[in-house]
Design a protein around this ligand. Sequence first.
Ligand code: GTP
Ligand code: MG
Length: 296
Amino acid sequence: MAYKSGFVALVGRPNVGKSTLLNALLGRKVAIATNKPQTTRNRIVGILHRPEAQIVLVDTPGIHRAEHKLGERMNKTARLSAKDADLIWHLVDISRPPNQEDRWVARFCRESGIPTWLIMNKADLVDHVKERWDPYRELMPYQNQFVVSAARETGLEALVSQAWESMPEGMPYYPEDMVTDQSEDFYVAEVVREQVLELTREEIPYSIAVVVDERIQRRPDLTYVRATIYVEREGQKGILIGDGGKMLKDIGRRARTDLEAYYAHQVFLDLWVKTRERWRDQDAWLKRLGYADPER
Ligand SMILES: Nc1nc2c(ncn2[C@@H]2O[C@H](COP(=O)(O)OP(=O)(O)OP(=O)(O)O)[C@@H](O)[C@H]2O)c(=O)[nH]1
Ligand SMILES: [Mg+2]
């Protein structure tokens, strides 16, 4: 039988569960997922392997009304990732009615000309999915539709088995032991950012970026990480550090626990906070913090 391989782009408005679905399908945490919209800012690849086939899953930032250059880049990253795909999964949150962002995504999917499946996620939150799905099914002529819960991991088998079937013939894109293409530093920074998102409110989750400055394995059982959390204003710095440094300590403790599970050994996490005024609107800073223009 000929080898099959293809790209599946997970697109949708923010917070519908794209990253949660990616992790559930891989059986491993590759992308951070939080209850705050606009969690994912980059294209994140996760690879499913079979002896005779490969599916490259591409998690993308939620498409939204951008208010900063960062948001514009995130939207562009999502659209460019989808344009390269063999199949698009349009993820929606079935516990809520479609909104303007869902309609934008559907329109983009239709105009792309790429086969698109409607993935109705968060089915665990509702009793009667069928009573809610018409407004979604009417958004565009989807080739297929699935009802899933990424969090409870239901409905995933049918989704994946049909995805395997629909992949085109082709060569493997990635080596068979590769689960993701992201760098270790990127993942470590994301784990820190995840905890900032979990523990802060209002503007803070959207105004921060995390960069790993140094990462060394000091002993076989100890990794040292020094990372900087960038904020946009001095006032945010105070909030992030907290009274007597409590907030920063909490962020550090939680991120460290997660990283120790990832490395299966001790982690020393050294966190710093710096202010970079309006970094979300400055090309040079966006690039330095990992959000370069995806077209360049
Ligand atoms: N109840 C329920 N919650 C879910 C499900 N899938 C995801 N969630 C939750 O929804 C929130 C958003 O999940 P993410 O995976 O970060 O969503 P996303 O679409 O990647 O969001 P962005 O990266 O911001 O675009 C998190 O709190 C998840 O735990 C689901 O099937 N059921
Ligand atoms: Mg995400």
